[in-house]
Design a protein around this ligand. Structure first.
Ligand code: SAM
Length: 482
């Protein structure tokens, strides 16, 4: 136990320790209320966690500003709006996270929703009436004339663009098809044509907030109508039989999701009636957060965040999850990061091979674990170290943005690599000390509502799955000096 605790810290600890063991499990709570219910995202921090952390934090400190440096789908930001915190900041490197967080935190007026429910839907229906024969004709061309097996990689799967060109020439159709690689592997001919029509109609709407809302609805539809397995965050294709059996109507699917999202938006607007927060959604690399000027140094009262569990390749592949949406939405990343390498650009993406640096992070727990992993597999130890070296950079930068006296809540998962349980909660606490952060408290929660696989392949061998995380741990730290 830390003996430099203030009365304020002790009160906070006493409140947390008075809660029942299963308080943080939120087994029966609605985690998809208001805009939390728009679009999925891997490893979401379910809303009641941040809602209750904010509620408790506010009893013990003044909270005018909050930061989530790994905002993902923006769930912490939404709850910060509901709690009426003045200045809310979110950062993420994934452009889909940026668009999603923007849409989920931007209120649409009744007038805007009316435009969607009337003008947009009318226009969409007109376009589908106009193009219906062409959609069927394109499908007929691929399946009956060219006699292509639409479940095969060769042909339709990987040479889709050639068939677009041939079809356009033969039928003098000037339709502009999307051009990303291997699109036929992930979508059937009819689905591609239908999705492109929806996208074209969305692009006709010039009002950015309306357009972004529709684009996120479009992105949610893409996953549903693609040949990808539902409930998987990696890109895994359904079986050939399932592709052939699939009779999903893309337009109807989109309209159903749109109706749901409009109703979620109405709930959100209602709950925010008396809230007036200023939300800044920032596209950036948290390892370099110190250089993000739109978040003033020494300004943040509260940080609530859930960082990745480890490198994307062996834990949650945010880049893979987002790839089809990023391609359809033409979302740019940056000059040096492209869609395919996004996972490598996230925390721990590039192995760091210099073992002499292990002790520089000042975490005994980490060095112990790395030594054990290196005995079994030195390369995996490099992967693991690179994640923590990146996380350490983030802790440094995030803390620079905070006021002295501000608290940080880290919601982490302790995964297992090569049989070694990595105590990220302890490692964060130890690494953080050198940046003027005091350890306050740790408590656990069972993962019940979290939409992420509780199993992964920590040995990196396909098919070999080991139970890795059944608990999440929340670590509370406090900035005590600059
Ligand atoms: C566990 S998720 C956060 C989920 C979020 N709390 C939610 O409720 O949706 C971790 C996020 O960290 C992001 N991330 C990974 N490396 C990053 C980096 N270097 N800079 C900024 N964001 C990063 C990923 O894109 C992902 O969205």
């Amino acid at each position: 136990m830390n003996n430099s605790l203030t009365e304020q810290d002790k009160d906070l600890i006493s409140e947390f320790s008075s809660l029942s063991d299963n308080y943080w499990d939120f087994k029966n709570e609605d985690t998809r209320c208001y805009t939390h219910g728009i679009h999925g995202y891997p490893a979401v921090m379910v809303a009641p966690i941040s809602r209750n952390l904010i509620r408790i934090a506010k009893k013990h400190q003044e909270v005018n500003s909050i930061l989530d440096p790994f905002m993902g789908s923006g769930s912490v930001l939404i709850e910060s709006q509901v709690a009426n915190i003045n200045n809310i900041y979110g950062v993420d490197l994934n452009p889909l996270a940026k668009l999603l967080s923007k849409v989920r935190t931007t209120k649409l007026s009744e007038k805007q929703l009316y435009q969607i429910e009337n003008n947009f839907i009318k226009k969409l229906n007109n376009e589908f009436d106009k193009y219906n024969d062409k959609i069927n004709n394109f499908d007929h061309f691929i399946v009956d004339e060219k006699k292509l097996d639409i479940t095969e990689k060769k042909g339709w799967g990987y040479e889709t663009e050639l068939y677009f060109q041939e079809y356009k020439q033969k039928y003098c159709d000037d339709f502009i098809f999307p051009t990303f690689k291997n699109i036929g592997f992930w979508f059937t001919p009819k689905t591609i044509y239908s999705l492109q029509i929806i996208k074209n109609v969305i692009k006709m709407f010039k009002q950015k907030d309306i357009r972004d809302f529709l684009l996120i609805t479009f992105s949610e539809t893409i996953r549903k109508v693609s040949n990808t397995k539902n409930g998987e965050f990696k890109l895994v294709r359904i079986s050939k039989e399932q592709i052939l059996k699939n009779t999903t109507n893309t337009k109807n699917e989109f309209l159903t999701i749109l109706e749901k999202n409009i109703s979620k938006m109405r709930e959100f607007v209602k709950i925010l009636e008396s809230s007036n927060s200023n939300v800044k959604i920032i596209s950036g690399d948290t390892r370099n957060i110190k250089s993000i000027k739109s978040i003033p140094d020494n300004s943040i009262d509260l940080v609530i965040t859930s960082p990745p569990y480890g490198d994307s390749q062996t834990t949650v592949a945010y880049g893979q999850y987002s790839r089809l949406s990023l391609q359809w939405l033409d979302l740019e990343i940056s000059d040096d990061i492209d869609i395919k390498t996004l996972d490598k650009s996230l925390l721990g993406g590039i192995p760091y091979k210099d073992k002499t640096q292990w002790s520089f992070l000042e975490s005994k727990t980490l060095v112990n674990s790395l030594t054990k992993i290196a005995n079994v597999d030195p390369f995996r130890a490099d992967d693991v170290f690179s994640f923590y070296i990146d996380l350490d950079k983030c802790i440094y930068g995030i803390t620079k943005k905070m006021k002295i006296g501000g608290y940080q809540y880290w919601v982490v998962g302790n995964r297992t690599v090569k049989g070694e349980n990595l105590r990220t909660d302890k490692i964060i606490t130890e690494m953080a000390e050198k940046y003027g952060l005091n350890y306050i408290y740790t408590f656990g929660r069972n993962i019940i509502n979290k939409s992420m696989p509780s199993l992964n392949s920590p040995t990196n061998e396909t098919g070999k799955r080991v139970a890795t995380m059944t608990k999440e741990i929340i670590v509370v730290l406090k900035k005590v000096e600059n």
